[in-house]
Design a protein. Structure first.
Length: 291
């Protein structure tokens, strides 16, 4: 074989979906300036995370996403064996992530959301509208994985204390923060000429206006959640990330959330889900070259 083989590699559908999921995670991590999150500027409200670690974590998840898509293709329908296979692969993915990051939780919520969406996309590649993919993902999330451990996670603790819906319910409801807030805002900002990076920031902010982000609640309580939701609303009301007024509000929100130690990690995961669905919906090279 030639040292430089410039022929594009033919990807299987599962490999292609895994590529799209990892690209969505890397695009989310790189997007800047995100309030209190890790980005190209720095570590936001985090002491144990940095951009290189987010990239390494995203790359470590490629085999898990590929395996989830393969499991869906093999099962061919929404049933308990598929749900339990996804749970097992998801837990293995979490272990690979923790081994890569030295024990830091970088993408737990993203494995859950993107894992379900990758499987849902593989189940019916011809039905790639976001609302259809998220509905299939919800049907998977509603099935009870009998082997799932029941740890007292941050999300579970916060759900008990504040009675909010977390990552599990977001998926079971077909990702309303993504289909009802993030994706519509992404499209609106693009149409308004905001530019791609600003449109993605606006999508993140739209998600933040309403999400009960259990990371924020765990770290900063209800005051932190209120600051996140109201601050995100203020950026959008001031004209969004592409406007000077919006940028001033965004800077203020970044400072405020860092001071409160309130990192919106759940919203960041859902932005990655939004970018994944956007690519699938637009068919960005989804099937050409895929075997
Ligand atoms: C069903 C699970 C999602 C478990 O959910 P649960 O709520 O019980 O567990 P958590 O461990 O709290 O993880 C949920 C993660 O989801 C993100 N998230 C938060 N709020 C929402 C929301 N409203 N909607 C959607 N997603 C949300 C968030 O992930 C991001 O934050 C992570 C950092 O969070 P945290 O651990 O709290 O970290 P820090 O505050 O930084 O901790 P310290 O440094 O202070 O210690 C980061 O990783 C982002 O990803 C939540 O963390 C599901 O995970 C599950 O059951 N998994 C088992 C395997 C499985 O079945 N997989 C299925 C494969 S498809
Ligand atoms: N960019 C980011 N910063 C911090 N936590 C995250 N969880 C997912 N993406 C994140």
């Amino acid at each position: 074989m030639h040292a430089f083989n410039l022929q594009p590699k033919k990807l299987s559908l599962a490999e292609h979906l895994a590529d799209l999921a990892v690209e969505a995670l890397i695009d989310e991590a790189d997007l800047s300036p995100k309030p209190a999150l890790v980005d190209r500027r720095g570590n936001g409200a985090h002491t144990d995370l940095h951009l290189g670690l987010m990239h390494a974590s995203a790359l470590s998840l490629w085999p898990a996403f590929k395996e989830m898509a393969e499991a869906a293709l093999e099962c061919g329908g929404i049933d308990l064996p598929l749900r339990e296979a996804l749970g097992r692969i998801g837990r293995e993915g979490e272990a690979a992530m923790l081994a890569t990051t030295g024990g830091v939780n970088t993408h737990r919520g993203a494995i859950w959301a993107l894992g379900l969406l990758v499987a849902a996309a593989a189940l019916a590649p011809e039905s790639s509208v976001a609302s259809a993919v998220t509905l299939r993902a919800a049907r998977l999330a509603l099935l009870n994985d009998r082997h799932a451990p029941q740890p007292l996670s941050h999300g579970a603790q916060v759900a008990q204390r504040y009675g909010v819906r977390g990552a599990r319910e977001e998926a079971q409801l077909a990702f309303p923060a993504v289909t009802g807030l993030g994706l519509p805002q992404l499209k609106r900002s693009r149409v308004a000429g905001a530019g791609e990076q600003n449109a993605r920031l606006d999508a993140l902010l739209a998600i933040m206006t309403r999400l009960a982000d259990t990371c924020v609640l765990y770290r900063a309580g209800e005051a932190g959640l209120q600051a996140m939701q109201q601050g995100a609303r203020a950026v959008l009301d001031a004209g969004g990330s592409a406007s000077l007024g919006g940028r001033r509000q965004l800077h203020a929100l970044d400072q405020q959330l860092i001071a409160l130690n309130a990192s919106p990690g759940g919203a960041a995961d859902l932005l990655a889900a939004c970018l994944f669905l956007d690519r699938i919906e637009r068919g960005d090279g989804l099937f050409p070259g895929v075997c």
